[in-house]
Design a protein around this ligand. Structure first.
Ligand SMILES: Cc1cc2nc3c(=O)[nH]c(=O)nc-3n(C[C@H](O)[C@H](O)[C@H](O)COP(=O)(O)O)c2cc1C
Length: 211
């Protein structure tokens, strides 16, 4: 099994999403044989923003007389899409920033969402061109957004589900640690609950212990 593992928190020490995405990869390794992992740390090594020159080239499918920087951006697009196409499972660590995803993860989405490559426009709207495969999102947020007043302000998980679904990736499993900055549930309980969910998802009783 080929796993594409992406982290997008700029924090390393004490990052909740990094710890959860790593636990998901560990669980996958315990349940699958011959696992090959490609790891992208976009939290500390952000993908490039696309310039107008690169985006014009990608949309027009014309690649003559491009600057070196635009060529490098298009290479990054092609590499990111290729990594996505060949993986059997995608694991994404996603911290909530300002009700949405981190800009680091957004720049990756802007690379992979390319008309004619990963989706196409039809008269009834965009259609995904990627074959479906399991996607695991390790979601971390300081407050509570899965229910109550926060629900209307969650532009992180629904956004990821929407954009990945546009590309054809609909088998999405969310592992969530929320309320990590609050006194209740707080980081420890939220993390224990998320680890329990991973244990249940992969049928690993040792991880599935209640908090
Ligand atoms: C710049 C920034 C913006 C944040 N915005 C929100 C937010 O809108 N809502 C929220 O509940 N938590 C917010 N947080 C808290 C993070 O979601 C929380 O600390 C989470 O654990 C971050 O993931 P990480 O531990 O993997 O870095 C923010 C944190 C930072 C640094």
């Amino acid at each position: 099994m080929n796993i594409l593992h992406i982290d997008s928190s700029p924090f390393i020490k004490d990052s909740v999403s990094r710890e959860l995405s790593a636990a998901i990869v560990t669980a996958l390794k315990q349940t699958e044989s011959e696992v090959n992992t490609v790891y992208q740390d976009y939290g500390t090594n952000s993908p490039p923003h696309l310039s107008a020159e690169a985006m014009t080239s990608l949309r027009s499918h014309q690649s003559t007389n491009l600057s070196d920087s635009a060529l490098a951006e298009i290479t990054a697009v092609n590499q990111a899409i290729e990594q996505l196409k060949v993986c059997d499972a995608l694991v994404i660590g996603s911290p909530m920033y300002n009700h949405s995803i981190s800009s680091h993860l957004k720049t990756w989405l802007d690379l992979i969402c390319q008309a004619g490559k990963t989706f196409r426009y039809t008269s009834s709207g965009p259609v995904g061109l990627l074959k479906d495969r399991p996607v695991f999102i390790a979601s971390s947020r300081g407050g509570i957004y899965s229910h109550g007043e926060g629900l209307a302000h969650d532009f992180q998980e629904p956004y990821l589900v929407s954009m990945l679904g546009t590309l054809g990736l609909k088998d999405i499993h969310i592992v969530r640690a929320e309320g990590v900055s609050m006194s209740h549930p707080g980081r420890d309980v939220a993390m224990a609950n998320a680890m329990q969910r991973i244990g249940q998802m992969f049928n690993l009783p040792a991880m599935a212990q209640p908090a």
